[in-house]
Ligand binder design. Structure first.
Ligand SMILES: *[C@@H]1O[C@H](CO)[C@@H](O)[C@H](O)[C@H]1NC(C)=O
Ligand SMILES: *[C@@H]1O[C@H](CO)[C@@H](O)[C@H](O)[C@H]1NC(C)=O
Ligand SMILES: *[C@@H]1O[C@H](CO)[C@@H](O)[C@H](O)[C@H]1NC(C)=O
Ligand SMILES: *[C@@H]1O[C@H](CO)[C@@H](O)[C@H](O)[C@H]1NC(C)=O
Ligand SMILES: *[C@@H]1O[C@H](CO)[C@@H](O)[C@H](O)[C@H]1NC(C)=O
Ligand SMILES: *[C@@H]1O[C@H](CO)[C@@H](O)[C@H](O)[C@H]1NC(C)=O
Ligand SMILES: *[C@@H]1O[C@H](CO)[C@@H](O)[C@H](O)[C@H]1NC(C)=O
Ligand SMILES: *[C@@H]1O[C@H](CO)[C@@H](O)[C@H](O)[C@H]1NC(C)=O
Ligand SMILES: *[C@@H]1O[C@H](CO)[C@@H](O)[C@H](O)[C@H]1NC(C)=O
Ligand SMILES: *[C@@H]1O[C@H](CO)[C@@H](O)[C@H](O)[C@H]1NC(C)=O
Ligand SMILES: *[C@@H]1O[C@H](CO)[C@@H](O)[C@H](O)[C@H]1NC(C)=O
Ligand SMILES: *[C@@H]1O[C@H](CO)[C@@H](O)[C@H](O)[C@H]1NC(C)=O
Length: 532
C-alpha cells in the first residue's frame, strides 16, 4: 500500500514540461491521395508457435478460456476475432505419432534452441486444440522442412491432412501453409534440413509437390475443402524480403502456377534478442527502427502488386529469438506494438500476425503457468488492444491508416479514416521513462516524468469536443499495472475480460479551439483522439 501511495503522489506532483511544440500536425478530413487500400478484416491477428498451440488453446476437455477471453476482446473491437496462424520453426520439426497419448512430445536441445523443442512429435489429440475457441479461423502449418527431407516427414504430411481438415471443418479453416521460412532451410542455426544447393527452383518444385499432395488428400478426406473459395495458402512465409530465397524469384519460378496463394505472407523482426547494442529506446521505442525495418517489406509489397495478392505479415514481433527480458516484455514494447502495427497499416500491409509462444519474452500473454513465466496478460497485449481500438470495426467499414510524419523519431502519429472520413488520431510518445531505478522495481525513481503536448490542425468541420483514450502505465519499464482506456485485461481480475480500474481517469475530452486540438502525453504513453 505504501508503494501505491508513493506512486500516486509522484504522479500528481512531479510531472515536468519537456518540450513545447511549435507547429501543429496537419490532419486532412479525407485520406491523402497516396493512402493505402483499406485493411483486411482481422488485421490484428496472431501467429502461435506450432509446439505451443495446445498450451494456448487447451483441448476439448480443458479449453483455455483465458486465451479465448483475450481473443474475444479484440474481436469486439474489430468485428472479427484474430485469425490464428499455427506455425513457426516447430511446424517444420513436427512428426506425427499415431500412438502418442499426449498432444505433443517435444524435446529441447539447448545447443539448438533453449526456447522451443527441435525434436517434436504430435499425437491425434493435438488437433483437439482447434475446437476450443468459438468463431475463430486458423491457418494450419504443414511440415515442409522434414516433409521434403525424409520419409517420416512425408508420411507426416499425408497422415496429418485428414486430421487437420476434419478438425478445421465448419468454417474454422482460413487457409493452409506449407513450410515456415524455407529460405533458412540450408543455413538454419537450429540445424539445416537442406543441402547448400537449395534454391528457388528446388523450393518451388517441392512446394508444388507437397501442396498437390495436400490437395489430393483433401479430395479423399475433406472434398468440401477443395473448391477455389475454400482451398488456398499463406505463402511463401520467408523470413524476410532479402534472404537466401528471393520472393520475386519464387513467383517467377512458378510458385503460384496453381493459383492457390491467397495471401503473400512475409515475416519480420525489428532486431535480435541478443544482438549487440539492442536497447528499448534505440531499437524498440523508436519510429525510425520500425520505418527502416518495414521499408524492404513495403518495397516487396509494391513489386508484387502485379499479382493482385494481398500482402501481409504472417509472423512478426519485436526481437527474434523470442524477445529479450526487460525489453520485449515491457510496457515500452506495448508502445512499439502500437506504432509498428499502425505503421504497417499505413504502408498497405493488410494484416499482421504477432507471433506468440509459451515463455516467449515478447508474448502478449502467457497461457499457462510454468516454472519460467507466470500465467497472465503481458504488456504487449495492451498494444494489440490499442491497435484494434484505433482501427475499429473492419467488417462494417473500410478503414485506412495514414502516417502523420513527425520530426522526432521517438514519437509517431496516425490518422484513421473510416469510410473515407477522418475518425481518429493516434499519438505514440515513445520517449523512455523509467519508473524504477536501474531496472529494479524495488526502488522507485524520483526523476520527474516529462509531459509533452501534441497539437493537431484539424479540418474546418471538426469542431467541438474530442474524446481521449489512453494507453498507460507507470513507465516504459513497467511489466504490470498497464491499462487501456481505464481497462485492465489481467488474468488476476476477470481471467482476461475487461475490468474498469478505479484509479485511472476515463471519459476525458479536449476541445477544438481555432481549428486546433491539443493533447498532453506523459513520456512513455499513447492516446487516441476520437472525433464525434
Ligand atoms: C500543454 O498544454 C496544457 C493544456 O493545454 C498547457 O497548460 C501547458 O502549458 C502546455 N505545455 C506546453 C509546453 O505547451
Ligand atoms: C510414439 O508414441 C508411443 C507412445 O507414447 C511411444 O511408445 C513411441 O516410442 C513413440 N514413437 C516415437 C518415434 O517417438
Ligand atoms: C488436455 O489438457 C489437460 C490440461 O492441460 C491435460 O491434463 C490433458 O492430458 C489433455 N488431454 C490430452 C488428450 O492431451
Ligand atoms: C518423446 O520423445 C523422446 C525423444 O524422441 C522419446 O525418447 C520419448 O520416448 C518420447 N516419449 C513418448 C511418450 O512418446
Ligand atoms: C536432410 O537434412 C540433412 C541435414 O539434417 C541434409 O544434410 C540433407 O541434405 C537433407 N536431405 C534432403 C533430401 O534435403
Ligand atoms: C537452382 O539450382 C539448379 C541446379 O541445382 C539450377 O538448375 C537452377 O537454375 C537453380 N535455380 C536458380 C533460381 O538459381
Ligand atoms: C514428392 O515428394 C515425395 C517425398 O519426397 C516423393 O516421394 C515424390 O516422388 C515427389 N513427387 C514428385 C512428383 O516429385
Ligand atoms: C504519402 O506521401 C507522404 C508525403 O510525401 C509520405 O510522407 C508518405 O510516406 C506517403 N505514404 C505512403 C503510404 O506512401
Ligand atoms: C521446469 O519445467 C520444465 C518443463 O515442465 C521441466 O523440464 C524442468 O525440469 C523444470 N525446471 C525446474 C528447475 O523445475
Ligand atoms: C532505463 O533503465 C535502463 C535499465 O537500467 C537503462 O538502460 C536506460 O538507459 C534507462 N532509460 C532512461 C530513459 O532513463
Ligand atoms: C543505479 O546505478 C548507479 C550507477 O551505476 C548507481 O550509482 C546507483 O547507486 C544505482 N542505484 C540503485 C538504487 O541501485
Ligand atoms: C491502478 O490499479 C491497478 C490494479 O489494482 C494497479 O495494478 C495499478 O498499478 C494502479 N495504477 C496506478 C497508476 O496506481
Amino acid at each position: 500500500m505504501a508503494r501505491a501511495f508513493k506512486l500516486l503522489a509522484l504522479a500528481s506532483s512531479l510531472y515536468c514540461v519537456a518540450w513545447a511544440q511549435t507547429s501543429a500536425i496537419q490532419v486532412s478530413s479525407i485520406p491523402p491521395t497516396n493512402t493505402s487500400a483499406p485493411l483486411l478484416e482481422a488485421f490484428v491477428s496472431y501467429s502461435i508457435e506450432f509446439a505451443f498451440f495446445p498450451d494456448f488453446a487447451g483441448n476439448s476437455s480443458s479449453p483455455n478460456t483465458f486465451s479465448n477471453n483475450l481473443l474475444n476482446n479484440l474481436g469486439a473491437l474489430t468485428g472479427t476475432k484474430p485469425y490464428i496462424r499455427v506455425g513457426g520453426n516447430t511446424q517444420d520439426y513436427a512428426l506425427y505419432n499415431a500412438s502418442l497419448k499426449e498432444a505433443t512430445n517435444g524435446t529441447i536441445n539447448p545447443a539448438r534452441s533453449v526456447d522451443y523443442p527441435t525434436t517434436l512429435f504430435i499425437g491425434p489429440s493435438y488437433f483437439e486444440s482447434y475446437s476450443t475457441w468459438p468463431g475463430t479461423k486458423f491457418i494450419h502449418g504443414f511440415n515442409l522442412g522434414l516433409g521434403g527431407n525424409n520419409s517420416a516427414g512425408w508420411e507426416t504430411l499425408l497422415e496429418t491432412v485428414p486430421l487437420a481438415c476434419r478438425a478445421l471443418q465448419g468454417g474454422k479453416l482460413l487457409w493452409w501453409e506449407y513450410g515456415n521460412e524455407p529460405d533458412l532451410y540450408s543455413t538454419s542455426s537450429q540445424g539445416p534440413v537442406r543441402p547448400p544447393s537449395w534454391n528457388e527452383t528446388t523450393y518451388v518444385s517441392q512446394w508444388l509437390n507437397g501442396t498437390r499432395a495436400i490437395k489430393s488428400q483433401l479430395e479423399k478426406y475433406c472434398p468440401d475443402m477443395t473448391s477455389n473459395a475454400s482451398y488456398g495458402y499463406y505463402a511463401p512465409s520467408l523470413s524476410g524480403p532479402n534472404g537466401h530465397l528471393k520472393p520475386l524469384l519464387t513467383f517467377a519460378d512458378g510458385l503460384d502456377v496453381d493459383q492457390d496463394i491467397k495471401l503473400f505472407s512475409s515475416h519480420n523482426y525489428i532486431g535480435g534478442a541478443t544482438q549487440p547494442g539492442v536497447t528499448l529506446q534505440k531499437t524498440i521505442m523508436n519510429h525510425s527502427s520500425t520505418v527502416n525495418s518495414i521499408a524492404p517489406q513495403a518495397a516487396l509489397k509494391n513489386a508484387l502488386s502485379y499479382t493482385g495478392i494481398p500482402f501481409i505479415l504472417g509472423e512478426t514481433n519485436s526481437l527474434y529469438n523470442e524477445g529479450a527480458p526487460g525489453l520485449s516484455n515491457s510496457f515500452g514494447a506495448a508502445l512499439w506494438g502500437l506504432d509498428f502495427n499502425l505503421y504497417c497499416a499505413s504502408v498497405g500491409i493488410q494484416r499482421v500476425h504477432m507471433h506468440q509462444g509459451t515463455d516467449y519474452r515478447y508474448a502478449s500473454w502467457q497461457p499457462i503457468e510454468t516454472n519460467k513465466t507466470t500465467l497472465g496478460t503481458k504488456p504487449p497485449y495492451y498494444g494489440n488492444v490499442a491497435v484494434a481500438a484505433m482501427l475499429g470495426n473492419l467488417v462494417e467499414s473500410k478503414v485506412q491508416i495514414a502516417n502523420l510524419p513527425l520530426v522526432d523519431m521517438e514519437e509517431s502519429a496516425y490518422a484513421a479514416y473510416v469510410g473515407g472520413a477522418l475518425k481518429r488520431v493516434a499519438v505514440v510518445n515513445m520517449h523512455a521513462y523509467n519508473y524504477t531505478v536501474n531496472g529494479t522495481s524495488d526502488v522507485v525513481s524520483t526523476v520527474p516524468r516529462p509531459v509533452r503536448n501534441y497539437t493537431f490542425a484539424v479540418p474546418k468541420s471538426y469542431g467541438g469536443w474530442v474524446g481521449v483514450k489512453r494507453l498507460q502505465a507507470n513507465g516504459s519499464d513497467a511489466i504490470s499495472g498497464i491499462s487501456w482506456d481505464g481497462l485492465s485485461y489481467n488474468w488476476e481480475l476477470e481471467k482476461g475480460k475487461p475490468v474498469r480500474l478505479h484509479n485511472v481517469t476515463v471519459g476525458e475530452k479536449v476541445q477544438v479551439k481555432g481549428r486546433t486540438v491539443t493533447v498532453s502525453l506523459l513520456d512513455s504513453s499513447a492516446a487516441i483522439l476520437e472525433f464525434e
